[in-house]
Design a binder for this molecule. Structure first.
Ligand code: DHE
Length: 516
């Protein structure tokens, strides 16, 4: 039984807090559930609400939330009652609520019988040049035709999607993860949500094998890594315990490592990296990726759907892979950087990174320096300082620190573009400015300034790299399309706080300029 205790504990204390508990049960519990774990509405737990300031929560309780089922309680509740409710939802539930395998299984919803779905796109647009735009303002997703640069479909998503949606099956399917633990499978060709399952209470992100048969979900609450099949049936929930089975950890993130046919997960509270193979046999490794299978022969079977651990000295929070996925570059939130070789299962180098590098949004390209030597470089933003750090992926040395207007979140390019775009969205006074870096000279060559105070961030290119689409990150925001060569604005499409956008081709072809 998941508890009503979340609210009962409050009730037992008497006074104003008891009133809040009673108010919660009367007005909120039917949508958000008595235990605050969420129902039709999102979970109302402090960690799930981390990005909503309490003052905003007060506003939402009083005024409702546009384009959702959340009504305005301002007419029925006093200011004090609303404040008491806001206080209650930011109070931790002790002990932390459980989410068992039985809870996961019971949450699954089959929206459409897959047998009824046709095997051709129901639209004329190029299915490989579609974009998905995650609109956080009213929790919707728009599908854009990347040739005409026009929306062709829009649907409601779960509350607060986070991380990039993951395409599979050659772009036919896409999987979303929400902060509240919901995983949604959407059929891009039929424009239909196929199935959903709640894999956790507080989730970081999802990873999906390219064939769409294996899905992994990284959770903060409970401390689990959940494996699902491609129809979103539970395969298993793995409790994130350290090697000795003693210390429990949140799972920071999980990524698909296609060449290794495995998922790689980072643990936030114990210094281990996990690799979970989703193939049993070396023969399953796709042609083209068998270059080094001999060294790895036999190593897949022990790790099949079970973690194989690389034990480190420092925790890794965020990471980026070399193109062949043999090594990962990782950093803790404190900025301790290290390179880990996934074959020998050891740290092999230090990374000279400081501040809070955001490796997850790193990109790579081939670069020839003044010495005429061609190299592959990786570049990443920094959440704490205004710089893009460019690293030589062979020597692991920093070859350039490019000063930017302020701390930034996302860096984007395309294999056909000479430019990389970076935002300064974490800065106070330059969050409306995008800077354009020439990948050859490693210099900022242009600035695109929006309206002061309004965030302009997160670029994704069209399939051919001709246009770059940016987010005007406001409730009455827009996707702004720039010509990627002239850097001139071409058009803008109104959107409700478009946070991220994802081009099918760039993702499934793993273009070097975009996130994976
Ligand atoms: Fe994200 C991706 C972690 C806050 C928007 N973010 C990711 C990924 C990780 C991550 C590990 C890569 C997963 C993937 O794509 O599968 N994000 C974190 C944090 O640790 C951090 C700093 C704190 C937290 O609250 O979790 C954080 N992220 C944010 C935000 O505040 C953002 C700006 C707004 C939001 O919606 O929460 C935000 N994160 C994003 C987006 C992506 C993302 C849009 C996908 C980027 C892409 O292009 O692939």
């Amino acid at each position: 039984m998941v508890a009503i205790f979340a609210v009962q504990a409050f009730a037992a204390e008497g006074g104003a807090r008891a009133d809040a508990a009673a108010l919660y049960l009367q007005h909120c519990a039917s949508c958000h559930s008595p235990d605050r774990l969420g129902g039709m509405g999102p979970a109302l737990l402090p960690d799930n609400l981390a990005r909503l300031r309490k003052a905003e929560a007060v506003q939402v309780i009083g005024g409702g939330r546009a384009a959702t089922q959340m009504p305005a309680f301002g007419g029925q509740l006093s200011r004090d009652e609303i404040a008491a409710l806001a206080e209650l939802i930011y109070t931790p539930v002790v002990p932390a609520p459980a989410w068992t395998e039985a809870d996961i299984r019971a949450s699954r919803i089959q929206h459409v019988d897959p047998k009824t779905l046709g095997d051709k796109p129901v639209f004329a647009a190029d299915p490989l040049n579609l974009f998905l735009v995650v609109e956080a303002g009213d929790h919707h997703v728009s599908v854009l035709d990347g040739d005409r640069l026009e929306p062709i479909f829009r649907f409601q998503s779960r509350y607060a999607l986070h991380g990039g949606p993951k395409f599979a099956g050659g772009g036919r399917y896409v999987f979303f993860g929400s902060r509240d633990g919901w995983v949604t499978k959407f059929d891009m060709w039929n424009l239909k949500v196929v199935a959903e399952i709640r894999a956790g209470i507080n989730t970081r992100n999802v990873a999906v094998s390219p064939d769409g048969k294996h899905v992994a979900v990284a959770n903060y609450l409970p401390n689990t890594l959940v494996l699902l099949d491609g129809d979103l049936n539970l395969v298993k929930s793995i409790e994130a315990l350290d090697r000795d089975g003693k210390r429990s950890s949140r799972v920071s993130a999980v990524y698909d490592a296609t060449p290794r046919q495995s998922f790689i997960a980072a643990l936030k509270d114990v210094p281990e990296v996990w690799e979970i193979s989703y193939t049993k046999a070396v023969e399953d490794i796709p042609v083209g990726f068998v270059h080094d299978f001999k060294q790895r022969e036999g190593s897949f079977i022990p790790g099949y759907l079970n973690p194989r651990r690389t034990v480190l000295d420092e925790v890794l929070d965020d990471f980026f892979f070399t193109p062949d996925y043999s090594e990962l570059m990782g950093a803790s939130r404190e900025g301790v950087g290290q390179v880990v070789n996934l074959d020998v299962r050891k740290k092999v180098a230090n990374l000279p990174l400081d501040g809070m590098p955001h490796l997850g949004s790193g990109i790579t390209w081939d670069w020839t320096g003044p010495d005429g030597k061609p190299r592959t470089v990786m570049a990443s933003t920094n959440l704490k300082s205004g710089e893009v750090t460019v690293i030589d992926m062979a020597s692991w040395e920093v070859i350039r620190r490019i000063p930017t207007r302020g701390p930034g979140f996302f860096l984007r390019s395309h294999s056909n573009s000479a430019y990389a775009f970076v935002d300064s969205m974490m800065s106070k006074d330059a969050k409306h400015i995008l800077q354009v870096i020439d990948k050859r000279t490693l210099e900022v060559v242009k600035e695109i300034a929006g309206e002061p105070g309004k965030t302009l961030a997160h670029i994704e290119f069209t399939r051919d790299g001709r246009y770059a689409l940016a987010s005007l990150w406001e409730n009455d925001g827009a996707v702004i399309v720039y010509d990627a060569q002239s850097l001139k604005e071409v058009k803008r499409l109104p959107m409700s706080k478009p946070v991220g956008k994802y081009n099918v081709w760039n993702k499934i072809s793993r273009d070097e300029g975009t996130s994976h």
